[in-house]
Design a protein around this ligand. Structure first.
Ligand code: NAP
Length: 326
């Protein structure tokens, strides 16, 4: 028997139970991973609460989409992995568990210079930051970016990496206490997205020009204002919806705002292919190694504390990257 955190149905944190379940043996292509560190992401909360739409999942369900650990057993037809290898994965639901079965194709081996806790804290957030800065729009020296929720998990990595690339980052936060966190992550300017007109402040900070790219993870509350922050032909990247989904809108608005581009990317697309996933993970590991991003899994909690971590995320506490240790 192993311990897992699973839902009893969709809902609030009270649907999370710390339960004992049987774990089978690895099927063809699978390994049994003993997990030593589990990443917590906002998507876990969406999976817990959604009753319809893209995040709705069948319940009961073991939540969590990323973790690191050590391979205990290897099933038939697995090549490239052996018992004792340290490995990690992301975007494979079922992570809130002491051990799990997982297709070897979804794993990346961990280099010696990355700890298990760093790996569990950096794959979802770091690969997201990487593809946003390199694939959606190739950010370079002198580009000016708007990054919402700049003190959050993805936000801090995005800002650090953007600064390393030579960009000027305007970060937004939802409260005064998060301003120093965003500044320490590399924001040249930090403003509040929920007081006054943030787009007017962004226009003023860019001498009326607007930003080259707006990274918006807040969604409903900020989408329209973010479009107003763009320079002509700028790029709006809507990659999250912490405040709710963006309502349907008339695409003619994109022309009115200056022939701007709109991207709605999701990490799952970028990590579907095993070789591509390993390449992207390596980009993140190398960025940590050369100091472009810092990953300190400063907030470490027990697996049985998952519900209180969810409550902290819901109350928007500045946690950065959190890992659960089984
Ligand atoms: N598309 C992708 O590939 C992808 C991949 C990973 C993550 N994401 C998205 O990126 C975002 C950041 O994820 P994360 O795990 O690093 O979380 P996070 O940024 O640490 O937490 C979310 C933050 O959103 C802000 N926020 C604004 N309005 C909110 C509201 N009504 N309720 C809750 N939070 C609100 C809060 O910061 P303030 O208090 O500063 O406003 C909060 O701390 C999420 O939207 C997530 O879904 C997208």
């Amino acid at each position: 028997m192993i311990k897992v955190v699973q839902t009893t149905g969709p809902g609030g944190i009270d649907v999370l139970e710390f339960a004992s379940v049987e774990l089978g043996t690895p099927a063809s292509g699978e390994v049994l991973l003993r997990q030593t560190a589990i990443g917590v992401n906002l998507i876990d909360l969406y999976h817990r609460t959604a009753t319809e739409g893209q995040y709705a999942i069948p319940h009961p369900a073991v939540l969590g989409v990323e973790a690191a650990g050590v391979i205990e057993t290897v099933g038939p037809d697995v090549s490239g992995f052996e018992p004792g290898d340290r490995a990690a994965y992301c975007m494979v639901r079922g992570a809130y568990a002491q051990k799990r079965l997982i297709p070897a194709a979804r794993l990346v081996k961990l280099p010696d210079f990355i700890s298990d806790e760093q790996a569990a804290a950096c794959l979802v957030k770091g690969i997201t930051a990487y593809y946003l800065l390199h694939r959606i729009y190739p950010v370079g020296p002198g580009d000016t970016l708007l990054v919402h929720a700049a003190a959050g998990g993805v936000g801090q990595m995005l800002c650090q990496w953007a600064k390393h690339l030579g960009a000027i980052v305007i970060g937004t936060v939802g409260s005064h206490d998060k301003m120093p966190i965003a500044a320490a992550a590399g924001c040249g300017h930090v403003i509040l997205h929920n007081q006054g007109d943030f787009s007017a402040q962004v226009k003023a900070l860019t001498a009326g020009r607007g930003v080259d790219v707006a990274y918006d993870s807040i969604g409903k509350d900020t989408f329209s204002g973010s479009l107003d922050c763009l320079r002509p032909l700028g790029v709006m990247v809507s990659y999250g919806q912490a405040s709710g989904a963006v309502p349907p809108f008339d695409i003619g608005v994109l022309a009115q705002k200056g022939s701007v581009f709109l991207a709605k990317p999701t990490l799952a697309t970028f990590v579907q292919d095993p070789a591509e996933f390993r390449q992207l993970a390596d980009q993140v590991f190398q960025a940590i190694r050369r100091g472009a991003i810092r990953v300190d899994a400063g907030h470490r909690r027990g697996l049985s504390d998952a519900a209180s971590v969810h409550a902290d995320l819901e109350s928007r506490k500045p946690l950065g990257s959190v890992v659960l240790v089984p």
